[in-house]
Design a protein around this ligand. Structure first.
Ligand SMILES: Nc1ncnc2c1ncn2[C@@H]1O[C@H](COP(=O)(O)OP(=O)(O)OP(=O)(O)O)[C@@H](O)[C@H]1O
Ligand code: SF4
Length: 274
């Protein structure tokens, strides 16, 4: 799949200014966490944000934003996404809203997954958004291809690549960067997650795994390094409980890194994705 320069009529994406895919080569490194906290931090900066969860086999964002069990409705222009806050500044679309039970497994073949992702792009009434953050499954699967093929005709696409510090994850991310290059995604930067354990008692950070893999990878790939987010029990708890970490835990060890990543994204988007 090669990138073409022509942009299509935006349709339901006409009010969406920037689109950023959150990718990683490996599972469980914190893509959904970074997607969720990026959305919350951008909202904190006064932006309207949509989240499109294309992790069809493991949709965790509804739980992280305490939106489990909510329903999507139809309107004249398509599905109305779920608003996760009263101000309607974060909207979310996920396969999780279409399942009868939250723990129901999605056992679908590639074509059916691709069809749903295309529908998520063309049939969701996103409205006016500063950012659409797209949370993806690990690796470079059918879902990635479908999301990129469906979104790319409308807007230049940015990518945030998430890794943990260990070399094995870094190797997988290198493949992810190649995917970005081949599909015309503009890599906005690499985020190193689970980068040491931040003790909630003394704020000492212990490097459980090796450290610096993400930064080294970014340097070798010639892309920006956006920061290291430590393992933070308060972040993990707030994700479990569907709380707004950015609003409620500004003194937590992971807060400065997450806020700084959002600022980097805000600074980089006008030049990259306009
Ligand atoms: N910096 C962090 N501090 C504490 N807990 C974290 C951190 N990052 C992620 N977690 C926790 O690690 C688990 C995995 O994170 P997450 O679901 O975001 O990973 P993922 O890459 O999206 O996973 P998947 O491959 O299943 O899509 C979650 O329970 C999350 O709460
Ligand atoms: S990092 Fe400090 S406070 Fe935390 S468990 Fe270790 S010694 Fe105790």
């Amino acid at each position: 799949m090669e990138a073409t320069g022509e942009l299509a009529e935006p349709g339901n994406l006409s009010g969406v200014r920037h689109i950023i895919l959150v990718l990683s080569g490996k599972g469980g490194v914190g893509k959904s966490t970074i997607s969720t906290e990026l959305a919350l931090a951008l909202r904190h900066e006064g932006k309207k944000v949509g989240i499109l969860d294309v992790d069809l086999c493991g949709p965790s964002i509804p739980r992280m934003l305490q939106a489990q069990g909510r329903a999507v409705h139809q309107c004249d222009s398509g599905w109305v996404p779920v608003f996760v806050d009263q101000e309607q500044s974060i909207s979310l679309m996920s396969v999780g809203f279409l399942l009868e039970r939250p723990d129901e497994a999605v056992v679908w073949r590639g074509p059916k997954k691709s069809a749903l992702i295309k529908q998520f792009v063309s049939d969701v009434a996103w409205g006016e958004l500063d950012y659409l953050v797209v949370d993806t499954p690990p690796g470079t699967s059918d879902e990635h291809m479908a999301a990129v093929e469906a979104l790319r005709p409308y807007r230049p696409l940015g990518a945030l690549v998430v890794t943990t510090p260990q070399a094995v994850s870094v190797g997988d991310v290198r493949r992810e960067l190649t995917f970005c290059r081949k599909t015309g995604l503009q890599v906005m930067g690499v985020v190193e997650n689970m980068s040491g354990f931040a003790c909630p008692h003394c704020a000492e950070c212990t490097n459980i795994f090796s450290r610096g893999g993400g930064e080294e990878l970014a340097r070798l790939a010639g892309v920006p390094f956006l920061g290291s987010v430590p393992l933070d029990p308060e972040l993990s708890r707030s994700l479990e409980e569907g709380r707004d970490f950015i609003q409620e835990f500004p003194k937590s060890p992971a807060f400065p890194a997450l806020a700084s990543i959002a600022r980097e994204v805000l600074n980089a988007t006008p030049a990259l994705l306009s």
